[in-house]
Design a protein around this ligand. Structure first.
Ligand code: ADP
Ligand code: MG
Length: 703
């Protein structure tokens, strides 16, 4: 195929398009080439072979096709109620068709005494069904069009419609396109794959996704094209992974020595859970394998990822390597530093902290100790990779709560120093569904902690409307009287930052009012504060000086105050699910029963209600992640931007799990057998993948 790939032909060269329509296709639908047009899939299909009789019309079916004779037309009403009403009749009854717009056009098209085919969504008005704004076409014309089987319905726009490119016009273009492409869509999947999976050919798949004769043809076409879509991504990810293994040698952490053993036997304050032990084994075997480890550690909030990472850092130290741990915020970096120094007690391990607040002087000392090997573990924020931090021999990098950065940024870590590449462990803040993880983090190996430490009491979650705020405050007062502490969280979302800030401050005033000094002490933390002030306020809450922490989502990740037993979330309807789950994870860390109170106004969208119901129903982060994915789609889940999942045109990540697994397994098999794709049966695939990655970086399309 090479550079004369017919799919890259500009769309104006399609018969029936021409410069003007081509321009419209570009501006309205971002369709530039044959390939773009081919990938403009129908958003649904209508079974044109099935006609409902008028007596069968009901509103339980989304869209209905019926036919009959128009026996009467009339224009009724005045001004805003002006409408065109036609009565359609068949041998079972009559039904009204109503138009409020385009009256002139429709009154010319629809004539009494003629047969029509009508397609639309019936509405129930006072027990009587009617169609409003149905699609309508003369029966004769309809039959001439060769209207067997399923018909694709394409999205279009007002301007395209004005130029004859409504759904029907699109379908016409599609027929023409498929005609011109005939014989130009060669197979590239190896024939053994086609046989194993009973795939239809590439050409048949493309034709039948647009023009299926029946539901089975459509299903087969979808199966093949979804597979392709996913398979290409998996091949790309596994290629990244394989290349990494070819280029970089992993340092071999062969032994488990004194640091590990002493910590494990004498310092670890609890028994590890089975899941923690299993995950540590997985990491250890990677680190000892001679390959450079790139592993994702997934575990629910509070599942104990920190101690797992610490134990692995000690293994690195046993092999005379330094480690670093990178956190997304300063608060979290500080917290990790405290936790880890406490866990290590008086073990001879030297831990450093590097954040935006580290002074020049402190930095100078840190850098020196890093370089001469005195410092064993470095904990910090992004400053760790952004600055020219030099280690004597960095062997292990931990990235905590990393969902804020993707493949690109991750790769920064290991392209920095060439032959000398540390093992990398990435820890997610909240679980992500397995299939999404496979796609977003497909270049990583995955370990999962699927068990919480024993003795945790499940957090009780309730929903309250904000007109009951005083009752909620009363409840908080009782908890404080019993020695507990409470978080009260307000949303802070960038586009309405000013207003949110005002809400936070109003809320703070109200809380001050209802929880008066000196009986109550209150901390406040938000993003506009200086790090020092923030720290001071945090510290007062951590050491119990204050009983209430009023905050924005800056406390979302990582903060650990076991005595806090209440999480009150204001304007809960404005938070996303994973954020809510993270926030809730701040309580339930001690021995006492904890509560999460979700407060909202009475005005709730369907989605907001679903989010609230999900939070009330379950504490399971993996389950919540599945709902989140369903509600928001993969493009809105953090970390997915660079992964290719948001480009998915056919696949639904939350529904097509089996195909995702199949694509992954297939790509895995091929990469194991023939990573360079040099076997004769893989050459067309190699060609295709190379071409595919080229068109992805076609700059002319970025406008
Ligand atoms: P996350 O996975 O959310 O980062 P953390 O590492 O912060 O969770 O751990 C949450 C809490 O659970 C910490 O207070 C930690 O000390 C505690 N913890 C971790 N592992 C265990 C265990 N095996 N048994 C008991 N408590 C544990
Ligand atoms: Mg954590």
């Amino acid at each position: 195929m090479g550079s004369n790939n017919i799919l890259e032909t500009p769309v104006e060269f399609l018969k029936g398009v021409g410069p003007q329509r081509a321009q419209l296709l570009k501006t309205e639908l971002n369709i530039h080439t044959f390939e773009d047009l081919l990938q403009h899939f129908p958003f649904r299909y209508v079974d044109r072979s099935k006609f409902y009789s008028i007596a069968e019309v009901n509103d339980t079916v989304a869209y209905i096709q019926t036919k009959g004779l128009i026996i009467k037309t009339e224009t009724l009403g005045e001004k805003r109620t002006k409408r065109f009403v036609a009565t359609l009749k068949d041998h079972t009854g009559t039904i009204e068709l109503v138009w409020f717009q385009g009256l002139k056009w429709v009154s010319e098209l629809v004539k009494a005494g003629e047969q029509y085919v009508v397609f639309g969504k019936p509405t129930d008005f006072k027990g009587k069904f009617s169609f409003s704004h149905p699609e309508i076409e003369s029966y004769d014309h309809y039959m001439q069009m060769g209207t067997e089987g399923l018909h694709g319905i394409y999205s279009s726009t007002e301007r395209l419609r004005n130029f004859g490119m409504d759904s029907k016009g699109m379908l016409k273009l599609m027929r023409q396109l498929l005609h011109q492409l005939h014989g130009h869509l060669p197979e590239y999947l190896p024939s053994y794959l086609i046989q194993q999976n009973k795939f239809v050919s590439r050409e048949v798949a493309w034709r039948n996704i647009h023009l299926p004769a029946n539901a089975n043809e459509l299903k087969d076409a979808e199966f093949r094209l979804k597979f392709e879509e996913l398979f290409v991504i998996q091949m790309r990810l596994l290629k990244i992974k394989t290349n990494r293994n070819l280029v970089y040698r992993g340092m071999v952490f062969g032994k488990v020595g004194n640091y590990f053993n002493t910590f494990y036997n004498d310092y670890l304050p609890y028994e590890l859970t089975g899941a923690q032990k299993r995950v540590i084994k997985e990491i250890r075997s990677d680190m000892g394998s001679g390959k450079q480890m790139n592993r994702l550690l997934q575990g629910d909030v509070g599942s104990g990822k920190t101690v797992v990472s610490l134990i692995c850092m000690l293994i690195a130290l046993d092999n005379a390597y330094q480690s670093c741990l990178m956190a997304p915020t300063e608060i979290l970096a500080n917290q990790h530093f405290t936790t880890i120094t406490e866990l290590l007690g008086n073990m001879p391990v030297k831990v450093g902290l590097l954040t935006g607040s580290t002074t020049k002087k402190q930095r100078a000392v840190l850098f020196e100790q890093l370089l001469n090997g005195e410092l064993h573990l470095l904990i910090g924020t992004h400053a760790l990779i952004e600055e020219k931090v030099q280690f004597q021999n960095l062997g292990f990098v931990v990235i905590d709560e990393q969902h804020r950065f993707g493949v690109e940024q991750r790769s920064k870590l290991w392209s920095k120093s060439q032959q000398y590449v540390p093992h990398v462990l990435v820890m997610t803040a909240t679980p992500i569904p397995r299939t999404l993880a496979m796609t977003v983090y497909g270049d990583l190996d995955i370990s999962i902690i699927d068990e919480l430490p024993p003795g945790r009491k499940p957090i009780m979650t309730v929903h309250r409307y904000d007109d009951r705020r005083l009752d909620v405050y009363e409840f908080i007062r009782n908890q404080i009287a019993a020695g507990r502490q409470a978080y009260i969280v307000y949303p802070l979302i960038e586009e309405s930052e000013k207003l949110d800030y005002k809400n936070l401050m109003d809320g703070y005033d109200m809380v001050l009012n209802r929880f008066p000094i000196p009986q109550y002490q209150i901390s406040i933390v938000h993003g506009k504060m200086k790090a020092k002030t923030k720290d001071w306020e945090m510290q007062r809450f951590v050491n119990g000086t204050t009983q209430i922490m009023v905050a924005t989502t800056v406390i979302e990740v990582g903060v650990n105050v076991p005595n806090a037993s209440i999480m009150l979330i204001e304007s809960v309807e404005r938070f996303g699910l994973s954020q809510l789950h993270q926030l809730r994870g701040r309580v339930g860390r001690g021995a006492e029963q904890s509560y999460c109170i979700l407060m909202s106004s009475h005005k709730l969208s369907r989605e907001a209600r679903m989010r609230i119901d999900t939070m009330v129903r379950t504490n399971d982060g993996f389950e919540i992640a599945e709902v989140d994915l369903k509600l928001r789609g993969p493009g809105n889940i953090e970390g997915t931007q660079q992964s290719g999942v948001i480009d998915l045109k056919l696949t639904n990540i939350s529904q097509d799990q089996e195909i995702i697994e199949l694509a992954r397994a297939t790509a895995n098999n091929i990469m194991e057998k023939d990573a360079a794709l040099q076997m004769p049966e893989h050459l067309p695939l190699l060609n295709f993948l190379q071409q595919n990655s080229k068109s992805k970086s076609n700059w002319s399309r970025i406008s």
